[in-house]
Design a protein around this ligand. Structure first.
Ligand code: AMP
Ligand code: MG
Length: 443
């Protein structure tokens, strides 16, 4: 059995980022770029009308001092909807009827909004005359100038940027149909135990629904990974071995059950037989003590497959996911170090909690901003309160389900009183000061 800090250091030392590769833009949503994106065009690509109205010359609407004239009468030379182009040049005393998104024709410099057409001339098309009165006219108004946002050849997204909606849109605009990014981490999931049935079944007496499978698949999905469910394996060496062999083709294998010291805890031996090198087994921790971690070299320059044997008890499995699997995953996914672990903070305990005599313990709690505290960012120190949730132990997912935080108590701390400052892991994004809810804002 090793200490938690040592186990975490071993996970960090064992995991390495998957090699980046070129992928379709839409397949990298939520993941970081491994190489910058260079624009293949200017944005806007040409001077673009930003209002529906009339494309005019500045001098026709304003005199030399810049003051706007009262009303100006201009010949409409052409109608330009978005997508229309013209070779025509707008000369003094003329204009173009133009819609938002169309290129400003040569000679024109500004757009006068259609609302500024007076004396019933707003409907003036090519061949007619329009009377324009724009008391707030400014030279060049309502035109987005070519290259104002970015220039061809410019790096518009740098390596490391996480591709969220705006970044995907920007890459698309800049002509990047493909980008270089770490591939999606593929995580095989196997639940072992002869007592298990899939959760769509009514369990008979003695049977237990497989809650770890869906739970771990969800946890992987929430990190942006690709869960590969391998279903159930009974506590039979051949059954487990066959499924493990399949799972070892993924980037990571998460197996649950059969890793502690019972008669049918066959998994460590099967991992050994499959060539998986043990990094550690058992961590001084509650819940989650039986956790097993190892690696399988894939050869040929391929990164190792990381292998976790998680405790069968669902709450233990979840705590092990948060503590060990999460950093391993984030490292594989090429994430920056500050995103490897759950954010840690201090919070005022709202009800007493029992520490364990021999192991650090993690308990589910509901976090909220301390009354009146201006919580603005991840600088969480001293601004949080945590309410312990009713929880009956490692098989109980009910308390874990509502837990926005985990209360970390050191071994031998005894009964920790209400009001004490405790260490917490923040499970659910950035706190909102208005509510005690936790918007999902991590990505
Ligand atoms: P084990 O780690 O195999 O000793 O299992 C510990 C406890 O967790 C037992 O009560 C198992 O029935 C239960 N368990 C194991 N696997 C799962 C699973 N996939 N879903 C829900 N409970 C499980
Ligand atoms: Mg078992």
């Amino acid at each position: 059995m090793i200490e938690l800090a040592e186990a975490l250091a071993l996970v960090e030392a064992t995991a390495a980022a998957l090699p980046p590769r070129r992928q379709r833009l839409l397949d990298v949503c939520g993941r970081p770029l491994a190489a910058g994106v260079i624009a293949d065009c200017d944005s806007p690509p040409w001077d673009r009308a930003m209002m529906d109205g009339f494309a005019v010359r500045n001098a026709d609407l304003a005199d030399e001092s810049g003051a706007s004239r009262t009303a100006v009468e201009l010949d409409v030379m052409v109608d330009l909807a978005a997508g229309d182009v013209t070779q025509l040049v707008i000369r003094d005393g003329t204009c173009a009827r133009i819609m938002t998104g169309a290129p400003i024709p040569a000679g024109a410099e500004a757009v006068v909004p259609i609302e500024c057409a007076v004396d019933g001339t707003a409907a003036a098309h090519a061949g007619a005359r329009v009377r324009l009165a724009d008391p707030r006219f400014r030279a060049g108004q309502h035109v987005a100038r070519q290259g104002a946002a970015f220039r061809r050849g410019q790096e518009v997204l740098t390596a490391g940027t996480v591709l969220r909606a705006a970044e995907i849109g920007l890459a698309a605009e800049a002509g990047a149909t493909h980008v270089v990014a770490t591939p999606r981490v593929r995580v095989a999931l196997l639940s072992t135990g002869s007592e298990l049935v899939e959760c769509d079944r009514e369990p008979a007496f003695g049977q237990t629904r497989n809650s770890n499978g869906p739970m771990l698949a969800a946890a992987v999905s929430l990190l942006g990974g690709e869960p590969i469910p391998l279903g159930l394996a009974a506590d039979k060496p051949e059954a487990i071995r066959a499924a493990v062999a399949q799972g070892l083709a993924a980037d990571m294998l998460l197996l649950s059950g059969g890793v502690s010291a019972g008669d049918l805890d066959l998994v460590p031996e099967i991992f050994r037989q499959c060539g998986v090198e043990k990094v550690f087994h058992k961590v001084r921790l509650k819940p989650g003590k039986p956790v097993w971690f190892g690696r399988l070299g894939r050869g040929g320059g391929e990164p190792d497959t990381l292998v976790f044997g998680l405790p069968g008890n669902p709450a233990s499995s979840l705590v092990c996911f948060e503590l060990f699997v999460r950093p391993a995953f984030q490292i594989l996914a090429g994430r920056a170090r500050d995103q490897w672990h759950l954010p840690q903070g201090r919070a005022r305990l709202l009800a007493p909690c029992n520490a364990a005599p021999d192991r650090p313990v993690y308990l589910p709690g509901r976090l909220r901003a301390a009354a009146g505290a201006p919580v603005t960012s991840r600088s969480l120190a001293g601004r949080l309160e945590i309410e312990p949730l009713p929880w009956t132990g490692s098989s109980d997912l009910r308390g874990m389900a509502g837990a926005s935080g985990l209360i970390a108590l050191s071994a031998g701390a005894g009964l920790v009183a209400a009001g004490a400052e405790v260490s917490v892991l923040v499970r659910d994004g950035i706190i909102s000061p208005e509510t005690d809810g936790w918007p999902r804002s991590r990505g």
